[in-house]
Design a protein around this ligand. Structure first.
Ligand SMILES: NC(=O)C1=CN([C@@H]2O[C@H](COP(=O)(O)OP(=O)(O)OC[C@H]3O[C@@H](n4cnc5c(N)ncnc54)[C@H](OP(=O)(O)O)[C@@H]3O)[C@@H](O)[C@H]2O)C=CC1
Ligand SMILES: O=CCCC(=O)O
Length: 301
């Protein structure tokens, strides 16, 4: 049975070792956790195996061998596939086990995975994160969790290794909704106007970062955006993902629509991300969206 203690002493599974998953799994290993990893592309497991992680050959095996299994996958489609597909984690779940999905997905996806996990007598926690590659490396993520409270309590010591804060938001879907709202706000980052009116954009970044409207995102992304450089931390394609059902901004717009909330600025931002994708910028950082704005302003100049 799962026991709630100050320190998590069970075995931890980690599925999905991309930009976010790899540093998160690494931080658990560094903290002394007994970690089993799996990734679709097996080579991404190797650096972690060399640092002490064990490997299992499918999500099912990881879940069967672990007390708690984390998943950090691209989108709803991959999250469902890894959890509920052939040799998926659900098949390895059972009473006394927990599944923590830290991917960014929509409410319906989270509910679906929750149902499958619960049907096996196991516990489910959705826990998408706010924060990007650097904050994942530094163990400074913010967890937006929902659903099973006892699993939340149980994995809190692990969330505290990976992050600087955690919110428990109640029923399943609330974590996914909170994450989409946060990303909707983030999608509006822009610094172009200053340059057009003859101001130095790097000074704008400095002024904003010292004032009341300061946001860490401006200080983080602003300096490289000014130089038209976009080192990938959060790929643009994930902010405006390909499939109709799987993109953060489109999902956020769907969420707003479901409660008849008008979000014209987010809708306009979504259009710019689409344009940026059409320029081949999908694998650049999401801040490369400014290139779409630059092109638009040339069109209208
Ligand atoms: N990057 C960021 O700044 C942030 C990202 N997020 C969210 O975290 C999640 C992961 O993002 P990130 O790490 O950047 O993305 P990456 O593209 O770097 O990693 C995605 C992971 O999902 C796996 N994957 C994708 N499709 C499948 C599939 N069909 N079956 C099995 N595995 C699959 C990939 O495996 P493989 O290696 O084989 O391709 C990889 O492990 C996303 O939901 C994203 O929105 C949240 C906060 C910040
Ligand atoms: O989902 C991605 C969020 C990226 C960030 O918070 O910097």
């Amino acid at each position: 049975m799962l026991n709630v203690t100050d320190k998590f002493s069970g075995r931890v599974g980690f599925l999905g070792l991309g930009i976010m998953g790899s540093p998160m799994a690494l931080n658990l290993i560094k903290a002394g956790c007994d970690v089993i990893v799996w990734n679709r592309t097996k080579s991404k497991c190797d650096p972690l195996i060399s640092l002490g992680a064990k490997y299992s050959s499918s999500p099912e095996e990881v879940a069967a061998n672990c007390d708690v299994t984390f998943a950090m996958l691209t989108d709803p489609e991959s999250a469902i596939d890894v959890a509920c597909g052939k040799n998926g984690a659900v098949s390895g779940m059972g009473p006394g086990k927990g599944y923590v999905d830290v991917s960014t997905v929509d409410v319906a996806t989270s509910k679906l995975i929750n149902e499958h996990i619960k049907a096996r007598g196991a516990l489910f926690l959705e826990a998408p994160v706010s924060g990007s590659k650097k904050l994942a490396e530094d163990g400074q993520l913010i967890f937006l969790t929902a659903d099973d409270r006892s699993l939340y309590e149980l994995v809190s010591p692990l969330l505290d290794i990976l992050g600087k804060s955690r919110f428990y938001l109640g029923k399943v879907g609330n974590g996914a909704a909170m994450k989409l709202v946060v990303n909707m706000i983030m999608g509006r980052l822009r610094i172009l106007l200053s340059k057009k009116v003859g101001l130095d954009p790097s000074i704008l970044v400095e002024v904003v970062s010292q004032g009341a409207i300061s946001a860490p995102m401006y200080s983080l992304k602003g300096p490289s955006m000014v130089k038209s450089q976009y080192p990938t931390a959060f790929p643009l394609k994930h902010q405006q993902k390909k499939l109709m059902l799987t993109q953060d901004l489109r999902l956020a717009l769907g969420l707003a629509e479901s409660v008849s909330q008008s979000t014209p600025i987010a809708a306009a931002a979504n259009e710019l991300y689409k344009v940026a994708k059409s320029y081949g910028l999908s694998d650049e950082d999401f801040s490369a969206v400014i290139e779409a704005l630059k092109a638009k302003s040339q069109d209208t100049a």
